[in-house]
Write a protein that binds this ligand. Sequence first.
Ligand code: F6P
Length: 548
Amino acid sequence: MLMDTFNDKWRELQQHSVEVESSHLRDLFASDPKRAESLSLSACGLNLDYSKNRITAKTRTLLMDLAQSAQLAEKRDAMFAGAPINNTENRSVLHTALRQQDSKPVLVDGVDIMPQIKAVRLKVEAVVNQVRDQQWLGYSGKCITDVLNLGIGGSFLGPKIVTTSLKPYVQGGPKQHFVANIDGNHLHDVLTNLNPETTLVLIASKSFNTQETLTNAESTRQWFYDYGVTFEQLNRHFIAISSNVSKAVAFGISGDNVFPMWDWVGGRYSLWSAIGMPIAMAIGNQGFTELLKGAADLDQHFKEAPFEQNLPVLMGMLGVWNHNFFGCQTHALLPYSHYLRGFPAYVQQMDMESNGKSCQLNNEIVSSTTGPVIWGAEGTNGQHAFHQLLHQGTSVVPVDFIQPLVAEHNMNGHQDMLVANCFAQSKTLMQGKTHQQAYDELVASGMEEALAKVIAKHKAMPGNRPSNTLTFDRLTPYQLGTLIALYEHKVFVQGVIWNLNSFDQWGVELGKILGDDILSRIGQPNSTERSDSSTELLLAQYRDANKS
Ligand code: F6P
């Protein structure tokens, strides 16, 4: 990063933000009837209207200059080329190779990884076909009716959310179940409704070392044993997807049933690998191929489009603008789509595990804030829950509204209402309501003037609250691929600006270690070891509640 130029550009943006702060979005729209035309773009079937951000054309230029000075183009190219940009683990970051449409070599340590990717994909396709065509039989000769997916974090959210999002495309395959949580209630409830003879278990764990996944896998294996299934027969019922092949084999899964992953795929970027097998089981191999194609097209767009017409660059830089120059600490994703209801949780993990960091690539602590809190829920439900705060609360929360334009149903009137609600929310956030407007309305409705003055204070809404609206025709596998890749690259862009390694996650380690310590203390009530007084108090309560 050319630090001096970068700092100059940052300062320019700071000065510019003071100018922009004095104008209201309402006025910016009134003074330029073509504002939406100049501050929107379409690519890969996605339309982004970013005109409802507190920006001018100059802001966009300055933000793009900042991206340039952070060497975004060079860093993006280094990622695609397989440079070890995950510097704390000395790893390449190549989820993009998993969806590359041609066989152009991609080198890791001088070895072309494309043949391995192809081989694993063909193997996944073969198993998916066998299961979906009812040729994969359980130990007692019955075909598979249910797939139980065990995994957590990136080994869970991608397959789960994609499968949910593409419900209209889920046809013909076995029923999918996902269990991530160590809370035995979930596994218990799911297993209660399954039959071991017709259940296939997919253990998804890159490390094959994750407490939740291994414990759920062991309990599920025991469930098979309790039913009378032998160790040898488990072969017909367990598949693993992992980069720790030997550990998966030691668990009892035959080598043939272990699908490899690689160090150069981060967990939260892994749905494009064999980790995505549940998606292919649900929608078929053709649908999975289209999902990959959508992501690949977005990759191409990210690589080739000039910054000002580049969806992930624009979304990333607008996020930086709102977060670093207007102090917005959180960012909401509001899909107006029942099928996309899980999408905020998916992006939450991808974004917060990637950029929730304070130490820069140069090993220095950041001087700006990084990684906004990502949250959200589907519209219109959120309107009756937290939108009150979005409109009148003291925190400004930038929003991404996400709206598929064409419905996947024929329920009369629903889609028009859904879309109208979505568009109305961004308009309301943008324009707000002045005290005068509220007062005039109240008086016109017959309220006495003195009271109207008071009540108008409660009804006034500041407006000037930023949002993007992303639309696309239909939520197809292809389009979902583009949408996910868009957010992946947006996160990358922001990581570059904040000078972070977006691909490690050391912050989750200490909690795991302390969790293991505390677990061992639970089983040893007479140990003389002592923890802090709060942990001791909680342990005592736990032991007390569970004493027989
Ligand atoms: O939460 C930390 C994490 O390592 C995630 O990054 C990952 O997706 C998840 O745990 C599961 O890890 P694994 O696939 O190795 O079981």
